[in-house]
Design a protein around this ligand. Structure first.
Ligand code: DLZ
Length: 214
């Protein structure tokens, strides 16, 4: 086993505050057990960092290959629509897209501009960061290599083109066990660590920092 003091991400230098952030999670449905665990870990950690439930928007796509397109479209949509009940620091915004976990239903009807805001009413506004989650497991053909390459490059392009941080939440595993361990579901006496939690921390940190840097 590798030395935990050498590898991996140390705790952030400060605790970043996610209470004014609006975070998009787009996840693939391929390899569902692993995905569900990653998404749950990610959502729990976002909330720990102060992100409000109504500001966590979850959308799904069939497979990882679809992640760059969906992430790009959802970010772009959130930047062009008018703001309703948006977190104060975030400016303009989008139709509400709050869908929980596996739900891929139409967005909750948008409150009208005159509607009184309820405490847990779904928010709208531009996304502060996006987390694109998928799990690719190598098979016997070259499919894995091509999809890994396309998704990695695609997601990098989305964040540079849109100016919104996109967290790379895609496991690229050579075996089922590698994927399970990285979702905190290891079955060989080592549960592993849920990388969804790390992605949440990275999203809140990048969202906070990019607001300062811009
Ligand atoms: C086709 C495919 C294969 C073989 N493996 C995976 C995988 O391990 N993880 C994943 O997220 N998606 C996989 N896909 C589906 C592709 O990502 C994509 O959905 C289809 O090729 C349709 O564009």
């Amino acid at each position: 086993m590798s030395d935990p003091t050498i590898k991996g991400l140390p705790p952030p230098p400060v605790k970043y505050d996610g209470s004014n952030q609006r975070i998009l999670i787009v996840h693939a449905r391929w390899n569902d057990t692993i995905i569900q665990s990653l998404v749950s870990g990610c959502v729990a950690k976002l909330k720990e960092q102060g992100v409000k439930e109504e500001n966590i928007v979850i959308k799904t796509v069939p497979g990882s290959y679809e992640l760059p397109f969906a992430t790009q479209r959802l970010i772009a949509g959130s930047q062009t629509q008018s703001s309703v009940n948006a977190p104060s620091l975030l400016g303009a915004s989008s139709a509400n897209l709050v869908n929980l976990l596996t739900s891929d239903e139409p967005a909750t009807p948008q409150p009208s501009l005159t509607t009184t805001t309820k405490p847990n009413a779904p928010s709208t506004g531009p996304f502060s960061a996006a987390i694109s989650i998928g799990c690719l497991i190598k098979g016997s053909t070259m499919h894995f290599e091509y999809i890994c390459d396309a998704v990695t490059n695609g997601l990098m392009r989305v964040q540079l083109d849109t100016g919104v941080p996109v967290i790379f939440g895609v496991l690229t595993a050579l075996t089922d066990d590698q994927a399970l361990e990285r979702a905190g579901l290891g079955r060989k006496g080592n549960k592993g660590h849920n990388h969804g939690e790390d992605w949440a921390l990275a999203a809140v940190e990048l969202a906070a920092q990019s607001a300062e840097w811009s």
